[in-house]
Design a protein around this ligand. Structure first.
Ligand code: NOJ
Length: 533
C-alpha cells in the first residue's frame, strides 16, 4: 500500500455549496461564500474540501443534474470565483475535490437536447434509448424508462426522469467525459468524488433484474444488470492514467449500493484511490425506510470496523470513514435525541480515530441536527414522492449555522431551506467561545490525529466492545493510543488488559473525570477519551 500520501492522512470536509455561505444575498450559498470561510476551515485543521456540485443545473436534483460540466452556475459564481477559491484554498494548504456526476446529465444538457431531437441525430447514441423498456426501476421511484413521444423511444434514467443516463459505451461520450475531468485538473482541482460511478455501465443486452425482497420497487430488485459491469475497471484504469499525469491527484468513488467488498474491489494503484463503503450508514438507511431503530451499539460498531478493515487490508487498499453526508439523516440525529452532545462527540471520536480517511460533512463539527421540515417545505424529489415514509434529504441540507443573527449568519435574506430553529444556541460563534463545545472537541481531535502518527497509520487493536463500552488501541512504532467511549448515560468502568497502562490523558469529552486505578478506567456518562499508553 502506498504510504505517506496526502489523502491517506487527510481529513476531508464536504461542503454542500448552496447551504454553506451566501455572499450575494440570494438565499443560496456560493463559491465566494466558501472562500470567505476558508480561514474557519483552516483553523478547524482539515486538509481538503469536497464541493458538492456547483455547475449549471436546472435543480431537479439540486445540482446532481448538470447541464454543463465545464462551468459554474451563475447562482454559485463564475469560473473566476472558482479559480480564486482554489488559489485561496491552496494558500492555506487546503486541497479542493470536485464532485463529478457522470452517470447522467440533466435533460437540459445540450447533449441530451440533441440526442432526443430525432433518431438520426449524431448524439442519439450518447444516451440509452430503447424501443421497449425492461423491468429496471429508478432509484427515486417509478420505472427507469421514460417514453419520449416525439422520437417514439424510451430513454433510461436511474434517478429522476430529468437525469438521463449517458451511454458510456459510446467512445465519443467517454472522450467528452474524460475531457471534463481534464478541464478541472487544468484549473487546479486536486481530485474528484465520482457520483454513483459503479452505475456508469449497464449490461449491453438489458436483461431484467431478478427480484429480491424489499419495500420500494427499486429495493425489490437485485441490481446485477444496471450496475457493476466489468467494463468499469478498464475505464478506471484510463481515468487513473489521466489523474496520474498530474501530481498528487486523488479520486474517491461513491460506490452505489456497495458493500465494503465491492468498494475495495474498485481501489488500487491503477484504479480509484478510495471508494466509500458506508459501513456505518448503509445498514441504517434501510432500517430508516422501514422505521425501525438504528443499530448503533459498541458491538455492532466493532464488528463493522473489523470486517471493513479486514476486507480493505486483504485488497491492499485504504478505507474511508463516513458518518454523515448530504444524502443521509445527520448521524447525531440518527443515533441520539435532544440537544445534548455526548453522542455527537462519540460519533466524532470514532470518525476521527479509525483507520481510513475521515470525511466530515459541513456542520458535523458543531453537531448540527437534522432540521424538521413540513411536507410543504420539502423540495427533494424522493422526499416529495415517499413522504411520510421517507422524508427526503432536505433535513441534512439546511444552511450552515454560523452565528445567532437572523438566518444563522448564512444569508441576509430568507434561505432556500430554513435554518434549524436551534441556531440561536447551536452555531459556530457560540461554540468557538466555549472550550467544552463540540467544535473545540472536534478541533482537538483533528489536531491529535495530525500530531500522533499512530492515529493515522497505526494498527487497530480491539480492547472492548460490551453493551456500553467501545474501546480500541491505535498503535505503531511511535506509540499507542487508547480510545475509550461510554455509550450509556451512567458512569461505567472499563477493565483494561494487564498489558495496557494509560499514561497521559490526551483528550476527554467529559469534565472532572477520575484517573485510572490499577486496570480500571472510570468513564463518565457518554464520555469519549483518548489516552497515551
Ligand atoms: C448520489 C448523490 O450523492 C445524490 O445526492 C444524488 O441524488 C444521486 N447520486 C444522483 O446523482
Amino acid at each position: 500500500m502506498e504510504n505517506n500520501i496526502w489523502w491517506r492522512n487527510a481529513v476531508i470536509y464536504q461542503i454542500y455549496p448552496r447551504s454553506f455561505a451566501d455572499s450575494n444575498a440570494d438565499g443560496l450559498g456560493d463559491l465566494p461564500g466558501i472562500t470567505g470561510r476558508l480561514d474557519y476551515l483552516a483553523d478547524l485543521g482539515i486538509d481538503a474540501i469536497w464541493l458538492s456540485p456547483f455547475y449549471p443545473t436546472p435543480d431537479k436534483d439540486f445540482g446532481y443534474d448538470i447541464s454543463d460540466y465545464c462551468n459554474v452556475d451563475p447562482r454559485f459564481g463564475t469560473l473566476a470565483d472558482f479559480d480564486t477559491l482554489v488559489a485561496e484554498s491552496h494558500r492555506r494548504g487546503i486541497r479542493v475535490i470536485l464532485d463529478m456526476v457522470m452517470n447522467h446529465t440533466s435533460d437540459q444538457h445540450p447533449w441530451f437536447m440533441e440526442s432526443r431531437a430525432n433518431r438520426d441525430n449524431p448524439k442519439r447514441d450518447w444516451y440509452i434509448w430503447r424501443d421497449t423498456p425492461n423491468n429496471w426501476e429508478a432509484c427515486f421511484g417509478g420505472r427507469a424508462w421514460e417514453y419520449d413521444p416525439s422520437s417514439g423511444q424510451y430513454y433510461l434514467h436511474l434517478f429522476t426522469r430529468e437525469q438521463p443516463d449517458v451511454n458510456w459505451r459510446n467512445p465519443e461520450v467517454r472522450k467528452a467525459q474524460l475531457e471534463a475531468f481534464r478541464f478541472w485538473l487544468e484549473r487546479g482541482a486536486d481530485g474528484f468524488r465520482l457520483d454513483v460511478f459503479n452505475a456508469y455501465f449497464k449490461h449491453p443486452d438489458f436483461p431484467d433484474n431478478p427480484p429480491r425482497f424489499g419495500l420500494r420497487g427499486f429495493d425489490r430488485q437485485k441490481h446485477i444488470y444496471d450496475m457493476d459491469q466489468p467494463e468499469m475497471i478498464p475505464l478506471l484504469n484510463e481515468l487513473r492514467t489521466l489523474l496520474d499525469s498530474y501530481p498528487d491527484r486523488y479520486a474517491v468513488g461513491e460506490t452505489y449500493l456497495g458493500s465494503a467488498q465491492k468498494a475495495a474491489s474498485y481501489c488500487g494503484a491503477d484504479k480509484l484511490h478510495a471508494a466509500f463503503s458506508f459501513d456505518f450508514t448503509s445498514a441504517d438507511v434501510s432500517v430508516l425506510m422501514s422505521g425501525l431503530l438504528y443499530s448503533w451499539k459498541p458491538r455492532w460498531i466493532m464488528q463493522k470496523v473489523q470486517e471493513r478493515d479486514r476486507i480493505f487490508d486483504a485488497a491492499g487498499v485504504w478505507p474511508t470513514t463516513v458518518m454523515s453526508n448530504h444524502d443521509l439523516p445527520r448521524a447525531v440525529s440518527r443515533y441520539s435525541r435532544g440537544e445534548e452532545d455526548g453522542m455527537a462527540k462519540i460519533i466524532m471520536t470514532i470518525l476521527l480515530t479509525l483507520r481510513g480517511t475521515p470525511f466530515l460533512y459541513q456542520g458535523e463539527e458543531i453537531a448540527m441536527r437534522e432540521t424538521p421540515l413540513e411536507h410543504s417545505e420539502i423540495v427533494d424529489p424522493p422526499g416529495r414522492k415517499y413522504w411520510p415514509i421517507y422524508k427526503g434529504r432536505d433535513g441534512c441540507r439546511t444552511p450552515m449555522q454560523w452565528d445567532d443573527s437572523p438566518h444563522a449568519g448564512f444569508s441576509s435574506v430568507t434561505p432556500w431551506l430554513h435554518v434549524h430553529p436551534n441556531y440561536r444556541q447551536r452555531n459556530v460563534a457560540a461554540q468557538q467561545a466555549d472550550p467544552a463545545s463540540m467544535l473545540n472537541f472536534t478541533k482537538a481531535l483533528i489536531a491529535l490525529r495530525k500530531s500522533h502518527p499512530a492515529l493515522q497509520d497505526g494498527d487497530f487493536l480491539p480492547v472492548a466492545a460490551t453493551r456500553h463500552i467501545l474501546a480500541y488501541l491505535r498503535r505503531n512504532e511511535t506509540g499507542a493510543i487508547l480510545i475509550a467511549m461510554n455509550f450509556s448515560r451512567r458512569p461505567r468502568t472499563l477493565t483494561l488488559p494487564a498489558t495496557l497502562h494509560p499514561r497521559e490523558r490526551l483528550l476527554t469529552s467529559a469534565q472532572g473525570t477520575l484517573p485510572p486505578s490499577g486496570q480500571a478506567l472510570p468513564l463518565a456518562p457518554r464520555e469519549a477519551c483518548l489516552w497515551l499508553c
